[in-house]
Design a protein around this ligand. Structure first.
Ligand SMILES: C[S@@+](CC[C@H](N)C(=O)[O-])C[C@H]1O[C@@H](n2cnc3c(N)ncnc32)[C@H](O)[C@@H]1O
Ligand code: SF4
Length: 400
């Protein structure tokens, strides 16, 4: 297919004072968005849409590669450290389509020898054969969307799978040769008790994933749950679930390294760690976001056309907008990511990734330390436990 190749002009985000060129560019990742699902879940505000009976796989793969072509000039000579197929439900795509896509990506950008390639998979959208075929393509990590093992909860969440299918999904992943897989679980579900939540966690832990993402359900604007809120647990119960869940995960060797991410030793998600440590990423696909640093010090965020039908419309451009981050925005942008990490980041990373002097954080750091929100440790930028609980308050101190 042909696509309009004219990207939107850059919006300069205010006056730009000179900033040091970056000493070296950060690791580079690729996010690929697949925007279709079997059915839209009532709590979900991601860019995901109920698929029609025939997915435009071929057309979409062509579009993704053409979209990538337009970003290539900005990453010339660099290699990919990770790729993430996110959605939506990427496991709706056939191995043949994903194979053509991965080949196309590899023909355009070099892969690091130890590249991490993750695909989000929903129970009810794959069988063993599909997982085997994905593994053969070089996909070496799965992220399986379980949410809960309890039938009543799955129904309340509008999921298409049952608890048995969730268990089988993890077994299939292992048998297909995925020794590295994540399970997504949510807690704070409608009418969920502490026992319900811990039972879900115990079942997940019994499947021995290398990684667990354990999100508290939030009611998001423009979702069915926002308009017709279900009965969620009281705050006391939510607090008990959080405390007891964290203890259970720690007891079984899952170390919390981010607000909702827990991993076995050496198994944090490289792709996500790159986001949280202000690494670079190309985003291709409907509504995908990207962030790229340039050797001259410019750091630019981009976002792609959101509606799948517009993204696939040759008369429209892939890129919907771009914005260069200003010196005033960078402290907040960096910390908004880094402070999500339980141990924060080494302080030197700030200058390396933003080109700004560490001293530009001094005033905010002093205030945050005095309020008990940031750790007093010169060589690290890290929130305290309290700071992680009140991350928004903490970040306000770095807004200019
Ligand atoms: C991008 S979503 C898609 C993953 C996959 N399609 C699925 O549903 O299993 C990634 C994860 O975000 C979490 N999530 C989605 N909406 C949420 C919400 N409103 N509150 C908390 N977590 C949410 C779910 O755990 C979900 O698995
Ligand atoms: S939660 Fe997952 S399956 Fe449900 S609509 Fe969102 S992306 Fe699709």
């Amino acid at each position: 297919m042909t696509q309009n190749t004219s990207a939107q002009p850059l919006i300069h985000g205010g006056a730009r004072t000179p900033r040091a060129a970056l000493p070296h560019l950060p690791p580079l990742a690729l996010y690929i968005h697949i925007p279709w699902c079997v059915r839209k879940c009532p709590y979900c505000d991601f860019n995901s849409h109920t698929a029609s009976s025939v997915l435009p796989e071929e057309e979409y793969v062509d579009a993704l590669l053409a979209d990538l072509d337009q970003d290539l000039h900005a990453v010339y000579g660099r290699e990919l450290s990770s790729i993430f197929f996110g959605g939506g439900t990427p496991s709706l795509f056939s191995a043949a389509a994903l194979g053509r896509l991965l080949e196309g990506v590899q023909a355009r950008i070099r892969f690091a020898d130890d590249i991490e390639i993750t695909l989000e998979a929903n129970p009810g959208t794959f069988e063993q054969e599909k997982f085997v075929a994905y593994r053969k393509l070089g996909i070496n990590r799965l992220s399986i969307g379980i949410q809960s093992f309890q039938q009543a909860k799955l129904e309340a969440l509008g999921r298409i799978h049952n608890g048995d299918e969730a268990v089988r999904a993890a077994d299939m992943a292992r048998q297909a040769g995925f020794d590295n897989f994540n399970l997504d679980l949510m807690h704070g579900l409608p009418d969920q008790s502490l026992d319900d939540a811990l039972s879900d966690l115990r079942q997940a832990i019994a499947l021995k994933p290398t990684h667990l993402s354990w999100y508290q359900l939030t009611l998001e604007p423009n979702t069915v749950f926002w308009n017709q809120p279900p009965a969620l647990p009281e705050d006391d119960t939510l607090w008990d679930i959080q405390e007891a869940g964290q203890a259970l995960l720690a007891e079984h060797g899952y170390r919390q390294y981010e607000v909702s991410a827990y991993a076995q030793a050496g198994r944090p998600a490289r792709h996500n760690l790159n986001y949280w440590s202000f690494g670079d990423f190309i985003g291709v696909g409907a509504g995908a976001h990207g962030k790229l640093s340039h050797p001259d010090g410019r750091i630019v965020r981009t976002w792609k056309t959101r509606a799948p039908k517009d993204y696939l419309n040759p008369a429209k451009s892939f890129q919907a907008g771009a914005k260069e981050l200003t010196n005033e925005e960078l402290p907040f942008e960096f910390l908004m990511n880094a402070l999500r990490l339980t141990e924060g980041v080494e302080a030197r990373l700030y200058a390396e990734r933003t080109g700004l002097d560490l001293a530009s954080l001094d005033e905010g750091r002093r205030e945050a330390e005095q309020s008990g929100l940031m750790q007093v440790e010169p060589s690290r930028l890290a929130a305290t436990d309290r700071g992680q609980l009140f991350l928004n308050d903490l970040l306000q101190k770095f807004l200019s």
